[in-house]
Design a protein around this ligand. Structure first.
Ligand code: NAP
Length: 353
């Protein structure tokens, strides 16, 4: 890995986002000058938490406007930086008509645009890219064929497409594109952070991240009648943010890093939350797969193929590289979930009970 000058500014793309908010905060606390890109820096609501993080920190915050779909729009923010953290990418799994326009184009073309700006700016030496376990596997059923029954950084998602699991497809195609561009040059190196489902308190109530929807669905009573046996790898947002910083600072970091502290089903998550939030209408039972197949396509808009390939499988992730090489320490899942739930109540995203 190239040695980077810690006195130079660090560029963080998609700084208004759920994960990026914590990355920016940690960098500011460390004393870095952060070049934070957002789509619209005049939208006070989506950047207020960044200014708050900057207040009283040792660092300096500078905001830049940039859009993933506008080639060259990141160049000004990257100017003078040796280290670029690229997090910007839409994380939505429903509510769009055209998966290509909503997800795949911004993820893939956007990543190419950011990395072409890195190519254009002579100072860049290291890129940390926010990828996902969605670029490691597509559907839960793939755990049955994973060597040793565990998902590792060796694996790639070869099953998602624009019509099946389009978000996962956007992530794997963006990561592939990033490695392709990285390998065409030698001035900058790249590390990817591949988190599972990210949970934990958000510094902003404005994010559209699906992480927040998962929690809202559990706590609002929407899933009161029961949940499918859907299991997730889960990781605290603060561990994910810290890993981005550690990966940039550690000269020995290289390749992909799965970030996943725990696995839990929706019901197990609800049970952990119920201990601390007994008044909330959290789900209490698991629905049989045949019933989910019958009801969910209409009630939740998910396909039978998704249910067939994802409901009922137990997942395992190998997080040993993140622990040994980056020094990530994973906190207990119950704390992550409870602190996230409490933040959402505090910010009015869940009713006070
Ligand atoms: P988020 O809060 O929705 O953040 C996404 C960010 O991308 C926002 O800052 C958003 O900016 C920006 N963005 C979207 N489209 C853009 C465009 N056309 N031009 C410029 N910026 C654009 O979601 P998040 O959960 O923090 O996700 C951040 C990254 O982590 C993504 O790459 C996601 O795939 C990855 N990830 C997330 C999870 C998870 O469970 N949350 C797990 C694995 C990987 P605006 O504020 O302007 O919309």
């Amino acid at each position: 890995m190239h040695k980077i000058d810690l006195n130079k500014p660090v560029c963080v793309t998609g700084a208004s986002g759920y994960i990026a908010g914590w990355i920016v905060k940690y960098l500011l606390d460390e004393g870095f000058t952060v070049h934070a890109t957002v789509r619209d820096s005049k939208k006070a609501g989506s950047v207020a938490h960044l200014w708050k993080a900057a207040e009283g920190s040792k660092g300096t915050l500078k905001l830049f406007d940039a859009d993933l779909l506008k080639p060259g729009s990141f160049t000004q923010a990257i100017e003078g930086c040796e280290w670029v953290i690229h997090t910007a990418s839409p994380f939505v799994i429903k509510g769009f008509k055209d998966a290509h326009e909503a997800l795949i184009r911004p993820a893939v073309e956007g990543t190419a645009n950011v990395l072409e700006s890195c190519n254009a700016v002579e100072s860049v030496k290291r890129v940390v890219l926010t990828s996902s376990v969605a670029s490691v596997y597509g559907d839960a059923v793939e755990i049955l064929k994973a060597p040793g029954g565990v998902f590792t950084e060796q694996l790639w998602n070869n099953t998602s497409s624009e019509s099946h699991q389009p978000y996962s497809y956007s992530k794997v195609m963006a990561e592939r594109k990033a490695w392709e561009i990285c390998k065409r040059q030698t001035r900058w190196d790249m590390v990817t952070i591949n988190p599972s489902l990210v949970m934990g308190p958000s510094l902003t109530a404005q994010t559209q991240s699906t992480s927040i929807d998962v929690m809202r669905d559990l706590g609002s009573g929407r899933q009161r009648t029961g949940v499918p046996m859907l299991e997730f790898g889960i990781v605290d947002v603060r561990e994910v943010a810290r890993a981005h910083v550690l990966a940039g600072l550690n000269e020995n970091s290289e390749g992909r890093y799965i970030l996943s502290g725990h696995t839990a089903s929706l019901l197990q998550m609800a049970n952990l939350l119920r201990d601390r939030f007994p008044k909330y209408p959290l789900p209490t039972k698991q629905l049989p797969k045949f019933l989910v197949k019958l009801v969910a396509p209409i009630a939740a808009g998910v396909s039978r193929e998704f249910i067939q390939k994802n409901v009922g499988y137990k997942l395992r992730f190998d997080n040993s590289r993140s622990v040994k090489n980056l020094g990530v320490q994973y906190r207990p899942l119950a704390d992550t979930l409870a602190e996230h739930f409490a933040q959402m109540i505090e910010d009015g995203l869940l009713k006070k009970r």
